[in-house]
Structures are given as structure tokens and as C-alpha cells.
Design a protein around this ligand. Structure first.
Ligand code: C2O
Ligand code: CU
Length: 417
């Protein structure tokens, strides 16, 4: 069965722009299905956001659609369809917005896209979603069946819902990994994007400390760590100073077997084995919510004008995931007036972590950290603040694509007048 991709590569071709650029991109749909493109993390105009039923109609097979939008903020982003579970095909690609005022404390860049892979291994994502919906406990040993028997381990609880058989970095399996070639002493900026549908990864580069510099495009106070977690839809930029040799970049899936591998070469040597165990991944691993914002990334100090609750609910059996007590279509939109500072009080009433993603805006966490996607741990709570400066109808949803499709989405609407 055929994999679906952008321009026949996985990941799709890198799109690069400068902050302030106006992009004009025509989607030419040669898939045998309706689709759209969503430009994940970009504070763009609502009409270009790619959400069917909210900002546009789906683009039919053979059809075209022109996306036209400015990219206001530099950073690491990606794009993917916003129809069904198409994200779990090969349909994703990086979108990098460079900063004309970049302080440039690094020499080179490498974009690293993580994925969990199931399409083409015997079942399509659509078949898997159907199985989850009709037979949530899964067939023993089958691909649908992850164990959801308890609370799982801290910090993220139960693993995802799908036992993906493979994990990829830049489209490659660990047996034939992609390599980055550099030189000792080089300061390499790695832009990490988690394009997986159902998998949180812990990421480390063997033999190196990483300095985390950006989260979801926005600068953070530089933070050194041997390893960090990356949830679905999250992006982190890290800088490493390359040692001399051959090193494994490993992405280990939370609660699942196997791993993704890429290689950094700054000297000679053979490739690490596909199942290499990095000591960096057995010690403490940084959670993004422990980062602090750079001063320039903070929202201005201001009291909230309005407050809403957002309650994450659902379970495996029946396979229904909800926001504010009902699946998308049956829940009432969140509302805000243009110009308001909105406070969203989030409660996760489930045993799983959910990467909560907001379109068209970047919110601030309680410590001021700016993000557009944040992992909410099992039974966890947090508060988000956003400035309502981008009118339209926006999606708020879990970036586990199976959860989003099973209802874990809600609209954020700007009130008229
Ligand atoms: Cu990348 Cu609506 O999501
Ligand atoms: Cu979820």
C-alpha cells in the first residue's frame, strides 16, 4: 500500500522563509483523498490556517488551494494535513522561519524530524482508528493494542494508543540512519520537530550536552541538559559543540519499544548499532515546562480580562476523547473578544498525557514560557494566557492525532463587534 507524502519525500521538502516574508503556496492535491495543509505554530491569518469546516473546505482530489500568509515570528515550525489521521501518513515537512536579527551563536544548522511510522506496514492510519473505535482493547500483540492497565510511569503516564512498529528520524529507520557531517568544535544548532502522531520522545546526542535555546520557536533562557522530552507537535532548538568522533542521536519513544536513530560524524568510525543504549537517556531528562522564557519572549505584564475552563476527558473504551465534556462538534466553542488577555484554566482528567495545541497564537505558561503546544501530564493542571490579537475561528486540540480525530478538539472563536 502506498505511502502519502509531500513532493514524494518523507519528510517533505524543507520550506525556509525570513520573518516578515509573505508566503504563497499552492496545494496541488494528487492524493486519492480530500486534504488541507495546516502551518503548525505560525500566527498566520485565519483563512490560511487549513482547518476544514472552520477556515476552509477540504481540497478534493485533483483540486488546488492557494495558501497566502505572512510569517511574523522566527522559529522552527512544520506543516501537515488537518484532515482525519493523515498526519500519521508521511505527510509532514519542516518550515523554518529565520531571524534577520539572529545573534548567530552557532555555526551550522540541522533539522531533525521525529516520527512514529505505521503506514505501509500492513494497516493504514484510517484502519487503525477504526479498530481503536470498534475494538479499543486491541488484538493481543496487534498494532492497535497498547497497555493502558494503570497510571503508567511519571511524568507522562500511559504511552500512546498505537504500538507503532517503527520510529524514524528524517524518514530513515535505525538500521540505515541519516548522518550529519561536521567538524570537531563546530557549534551545531539542531532544530528538533516531533511530527509523530501518538509518541512522545526522549532525545539525546551521545557524548554531548545540549543547550536548549528555543521552545516552539520562542527563545528560552539557555538550559544545558543531556536529554529532553519532545511531545507531539512540539519543537525545540538545541546547540551542541561537536566532539571528535561518531555519535548517535537517539529518540526513545515514551512507553513503547524500539527507537529512532541518526548519526553525527565529526571524525572517523563505524555507525552505532541500531539498538545503541545511550547513558544520557537513563539519567534525568528535561521537561519543556521546566524551561524559562528569555526576557524578549515574555508576554507584557497584564491582568486577565476573561477566563475560561478547558477540561480534557476521555478513555480507551469507548474510544472517545473530549474537551469540556463532549467531543468536537458537541462541545461549545471557547470565546474571546479581540484585544483581551484570555486565561485558560486547563485540567487533564485522564490517565494519559496530552500535547495541547492552540492554532494562530502562542500562549504563556505560568512561568511565562511561550509555547503553542504543551504536554499536560495525567491528572495535571495548568494555566495558559494569551493575547487575543489574531481574529478568527481557531482550533484547540490534542496533538495526538487519534485523540483529535476521536473528539479532543474545540474551537476558540472571536466574538463579533
Ligand atoms: Cu499541528 Cu491543529 O495541528
Ligand atoms: Cu490526547
Amino acid at each position: 500500500m502506498d505511502t502519502w507524502a509531500y513532493a514524494d519525500t518523507v519528510p517533505g521538502p524543507l520550506l525556509e522563509a525570513r520573518a516578515g516574508d509573505l508566503l504563497r503556496i499552492t496545494l496541488d492535491n494528487q492524493l486519492p483523498a480530500d486534504t488541507t495543509i495546516h502551518w503548525h505554530g505560525i500566527a498566520l491569518n485565519n483563512a490560511a490556517d487549513g482547518v476544514p469546516g472552520m477556515t476552509q473546505n477540504t481540497v478534493l482530489p485533483g483540486g488546488r488551494f492557494l495558501y497566502e500568509f505572512a510569517v511574523p515570528d522566527p522559529g522552527t515550525y512544520f506543516f501537515h494535513p488537518h484532515v482525519g489521521v493523515q498526519l500519521d501518513r508521511g505527510l509532514y515537512a519542516p518550515l523554518i522561519v529565520t531571524d534577520p536579527a539572529e545573534p548567530g551563536r552557532y555555526d551550522s544548522e540541522w533539522v531533525v524530524v521525529l516520527d512514529d511510522w505505521v503506514d505501509g506496514t500492513g494497516r493504514t492510519p484510517d484502519q487503525i482508528l477504526r479498530d481503536l473505535t470498534t475494538n479499543p482493547s486491541g488484538t493481543p500483540g496487534g498494532m492497535g493494542g497498547m497497555d493502558h492497565s494503570g497510571m503508567g510511569n511519571p511524568p507522562f503516564g500511559d504511552a500512546g494508543d498505537v504500538a507503532h512498529p517503527h520510529f524514524l528520524i528524517n524518514g530513515a529507520l535505525p538500521g540505515a540512519p541519516v548522518s550529519y557531517r561536521g567538524t570537531p568544535g563546530e557549534r551545531l544548532r539542531i532544530r528538533i520537530i516531533n511530527a509523530a502522531s501518538d509518541t512522545i520522545f526522549a532525545v539525546a546526542l551521545g557524548g554531548h550536552q545540549m543547550t536548549v535555546t528555543h521552545s516552539d520557536g520562542f527563545a528560552v533562557q539557555p538550559h544545558d541538559t543531556p536529554a529532553l522530552y519532545v511531545g507531539m507537535g512540539e519543537r525545540y532548538d538545541v546547540i551542541v559543540t561537536l566532539a571528535d568522533g561518531v555519535f548517535a542521536l537517539v529518540a526513545k519513544p515514551w512507553g513503547k519499544n524500539g527507537q529512532a536513530l541518526a548519526v553525527v560524524r565529526s571524525g572517523s568510525g563505524t555507525n552505532p548499532p541500531a539498538d545503541i543504549v545511550l547513558t544520557e537517556l537513563s539519567g534525568p531528562i528535561l521537561q519543556g515546562t521546566d524551561l524559562h522564557p528569555a526576557e524578549a519572549s515574555r508576554l507584557p505584564d497584564r491582568a486577565s480580562d476573561a477566563r475560561v475552563d478547558l477540561r480534557l476527558g476521555g478513555q480507551m473504551n469507548p474510544y472517545v476523547w473530549t474537551l469540556n465534556g463532549a467531543p468536537f462538534g458537541q462541545n461549545s466553542p471557547l470565546t474571546v473578544a479581540e484585544g483581551q488577555r484570555l486565561q485558560i484554566d486547563v485540567t487533564n482528567a485522564t490517565m494519559m498525557s496530552h500535547p495541547l495545541h492552540l492554532h494562530g497564537h502562542t500562549f504563556a505558561l505560568p512561568n511565562g514560557l511561550r509555547k503553542d503546544t504543551v504536554l499536560i501530564p495525567p491528572m495535571g493542571t495548568t494555566t495558559l494566557h494569551l493575547d487575543a490579537t489574531n481574529p478568527g475561528d481557531w482550533a484547540v486540540h490534542c496533538h495526538n492525532i487519534y485523540h483529535a480525530e476521536a473528539g479532543m478538539m474545540i474551537a476558540l472563536q472571536y466574538l463579533q463587534g
